[in-house]
Write a protein that binds this ligand. Structure first.
Ligand code: S3P
Length: 171
């Protein structure tokens, strides 16, 4: 049963928190970026460079809609997956918690700067990340059932906080 869907901007910790949360819930975990890499046999930067963003979004939509209909316990979505209206509808219809990970610029820049694995924030990380967030924040916020800050927290700390907010903490 799908228990939690993690959404949020690039670098907010969706994959590492998702993994930690799936451990707390003793359930399975998938990251849709990884599913895209498995399906295509190419890295995300390769898909963007060879096919462009529009094609990437089409592949992403297919993979995400399939994942949302599957039996995976915890899913972390690529930061831009929620732009698609059908994806938004599938998330809204899901019985899972929709967890928005928030992070401040100071924390996120250390994670996304000087890297090549995120083509949309590779050129001018600060400006590009701010622009992505400004455009998407209303979507993220309208979908979320839980909003949590990840700044200066380890993934397991965020996961435990989430367990408590979901009324599932063991203490
Ligand atoms: C993207 C975020 C990336 C990846 C792709 C596009 C985006 O995932 O799907 O580079 O549009 O925000 P992360 O959010 O896991 O970095």
């Amino acid at each position: 049963m799908l228990r939690a869907i993690l959404i949020g901007p690039p670098g907010s910790g969706k994959s590492s928190v998702g993994k930690a949360l799936s451990r707390e819930l003793s359930t399975s975990f998938e990251d849709t970026d990884e599913l895209i890499v498995e399906k295509t046999g190419r890295s995300i930067p390769e898909i963007f460079a060879e096919d462009g963003e529009t094609k990437f979004r089409a592949i992403e939509k297919e993979v995400v809609l399939l994942a949302l209909r599957s039996n995976i316990g915890v899913i972390s979505l690529g930061g831009g997956a929620v732009i698609d209206l059908d994806v938004q509808e599938a998330i809204r219809k899901s019985a899972a918690q929709v967890i928005l990970l928030q992070i401040g610029l100071g924390n996120v820049l250390a994670r996304i700067s000087n890297k090549t694995d995120r083509p949309l924030v590779a050129q001018d990380p600060e400006r590009q990340w701010k622009d992505l967030l400004a455009a998407r924040a209303p979507i993220y916020e309208s979908l979320a059932t839980i909003v949590i800050a990840t700044d200066n927290k380890k993934p397991y700390e965020v996961a435990r906080e989430l367990m408590s907010r979901m009324g599932l903490a063991r203490e």
